[in-house]
Design a protein around this ligand. Structure first.
Ligand code: SF4
Ligand code: SF4
Length: 262
């Protein structure tokens, strides 16, 4: 009797900086354990070997920015039993979604010497706007620990244990004194999903939301508190318009404060 078939793991890249794929490579010891349990079927950053689908688990990094991407993700979805998106680009459109608030043709003309050769969609959008996604892992970049948890969960057929609560909970757990309450430093932690271990507040900095919106964030209330601490309307637009600018909860706050400026 032969050895049981190992599940096939594929990793695909769309518009992104590769940082989340690097987090997977950076898992070192854990990656060796994962590599022993799966057949790495497609992971261009790690190996030239390409094994055809179907895949048991597909990780997708990056956002959809071109008509070709929009077609390619549908092909990948059809070939994948489970599809997990990793990082702010894949889950919210990424920093490149800043173009969604402007005319992309105007920006293309500013950036490229020959914009006539560029075929880009009007917007940079998360993968979930194009195909069904089984799980979204947030972060810019993602947390290695959360990635290992997601891989183990899917390989064992259970739900990933990735919390949707805010960074504030992580501050409380590690005993970090709140920078907003104690020092008046504006912090996006109350609206941001946990995952980093409240890294920035532990160095006396406010969080700038690289893990994207927490579950049911009250962005408007937080913007109100920032205003009391001296943040201007443009400060608020900029704060909510970064790596996760196109995530609906953050987009609503930045657009409402942009409208107030007229
Ligand atoms: S420092 Fe920021 S993340 Fe931490 S408890 Fe205060 S508001 Fe929340
Ligand atoms: S910006 Fe916020 S979510 Fe990102 S590492 Fe800092 S505290 Fe964590």
């Amino acid at each position: 009797m032969g050895a049981p078939r190992k599940p096939k793991l594929a990793v695909f890249k769309f518009a992104s900086c590769d940082g989340c794929q690097l987090s997977l490579l950076d898992c070192e010891d854990e990656l060796l354990a994962v590599a022993g349990q799966v057949e790495i079927a497609n992971f261009a950053e790690a190996s030239r070997a390409v094994v055809k689908g179907p895949y048991d688990l597909t990780l997708v990094e990056g956002s959809v920015t071109t008509p070709h991407d929009a077609e390619r993700i549908r092909v990948i979805r059809r070939a994948s039993k489970f599809l997990v998106t990793i990082g702010a680009c894949a889950t919210a459109g990424g920093i490149q979604a800043l173009r969604n608030f402007r005319d992309v043709r105007e920006l293309t003309a500013l950036v490229y010497a020959h914009p006539e050769y560029i075929t880009a969609l009007e917007t940079s959008t998360p993968i979930s706007q194009h195909v069904r996604v089984d799980f979204e892992l947030r972060g810019c970049p993602i947390s290695k620990a959360q990635l290992v948890e997601v891989l183990s969960a899917f390989l064992r057929g259970r739900k990933p244990n990735v919390p949707a609560y805010s960074v504030c909970v992580e501050c409380k757990r590690r005993g970090t004194v709140c920078v907003m309450v104690a020092r008046g430093t504006p912090c996006l932690g109350p609206a941001t999903q946990a995952g980093c271990g409240a890294l920035c507040p532990s160095y006396l900095r406010g969080c700038y939301a690289c893990f994207g919106p927490a579950e049911s964030p009250n962005g408007e209330a937080l913007a109100g508190r920032w205003s009391e601490l001296g943040a201007s309307g443009p400060d608020l637009v900029r704060a909510f318009r970064s790596f996760n600018a196109y995530a609906p909860a953050f987009r609503a706050v930045s657009e409402s404060h942009e409208r107030k400026q007229g």
